[in-house]
Design a protein around this ligand. Structure first.
Ligand code: DAK
Length: 260
């Protein structure tokens, strides 16, 4: 596959998608979004790929958000298109039946943070900086930020970040529960890859079902969510991978899961 605005690599069962417009701090243009969507489609179809890492090229940014320069003179129709584009990308990440890790290597601002929040896990480099900065240009988050940020860290802190547009450091983001862990900058890419490889060795069907249950369960009543969990448990319990996991435990060896 040929890409101009992203780098797409496959190694050890991990697909790494690197946003590659460092000169614009990896801002999301229409072209960047289209290429990421194409790569995600490839991941979906490749059974050998079990985990995705989304990150930014260079040391400065994961992504500084939607392309502000493309917003100049934007009319209602263009704004709607921009909104749809981001929504589509965030939903593709959220609905992919494989875990997606946002590896936040620098700034994750505006739409950049919103895309990171649509991923399952967020690992931040110690020099990462995050914020819903839209208010500073007279906007509100438009790629799900008002909803996903609130669900991740609660309304009190979400309102503070969205109303002020302030940029927080990686440690603060970790304390808020916005990122899973903070990693030293010099070991960042290697640590993220290692973490992703470990995840890629877990049982794929169990990961897929757990992701769907956690995502869907937060939108429905506890009763309905528990019913879904029961069904999901039934599906996972019927896999060959469960038998492999049980055998490996008894034989005191590492399980080899095939996603069957
Ligand atoms: N878009 C386009 N270019 C960007 C950019 C962006 N978001 N952010 C940075 N760049 C470009 C800069 O213009 C500069 O390019 P040149 O001037 O050299 O050509 C280059 O990247 C390097 O940036 P700086 O020179 O500014 O670098 P500094 O280290 O001085 O500052 C910074 C880094 C991250 C603090 C600063 O660049 C900055 O504040 N950037 C803007 C961050 C931001 O506010 N992001 C949120 C964007 S708003 C919508 C739905 C969703 C959205 C919009 C509409 N609808 C439903 C309609 C989403 C909106 C957003 O994401």
């Amino acid at each position: 596959m040929e890409f101009k605005y992203i780098i797409y690599e496959k190694r050890d069962g991990v697909a790494t998608i690197t946003l590659n417009r460092p000169e614009a701090l990896n801002a999301f243009s229409k072209e960047v979004v289209e290429e990421v969507l194409q790569a995600l489609e490839d991941v979906r179809n490749d059974v050998n790929l079990r985990v995705v890492v989304l990150t930014g090229a260079g040391e400065k940014a994961f992504s500084a958000g939607a392309d502000i320069k493309a917003m100049k003179g934007m009319n209602a129709l263009k704004a709607r298109e921009l909104s749809l584009m981001g929504e589509k990308l965030c939903l593709a990440l959220e609905n992919l039946e494989k875990p997606v890790i946002a590896a936040i290597n620098g700034y994750a601002l505006g739409g950049g943070l919103e895309v990171a929040m649509a991923c399952d896990l967020r690992i931040a480099s110690e020099n990462a900086r995050m914020g819903q900065t839209e208010i500073n240009i007279g906007l509100i988050p438009g790629w799900g930020g008002t909803q996903r940020l609130t669900r991740l860290i609660g309304a009190t802190k979400a309102k503070e970040l969205i109303y002020t547009g302030k940029i927080i450091d990686a440690k603060t983001a970790e304390q808020l529960g916005l990122v899973n862990m903070v990693v030293p900058a010099e070991k960042f890419r290697e640590t993220v890859h290692q973490f992703a490889v470990e995840l890629a060795q877990k049982a794929p069907v169990a990961l897929k079902v757990a992701k769907a249950l956690i995502n869907k369960g937060s939108e429905i009543s506890l009763d309905a969510a528990l019913a879904l969990e029961r069904e999901g448990f039934g599906v996972v319990a019927s896999t060959k991978d469960l038998q492999e996991g049980v055998s490996a435990f008894i034989e005191k060896r590492k399980p080899v899961f095939k996603g069957e």
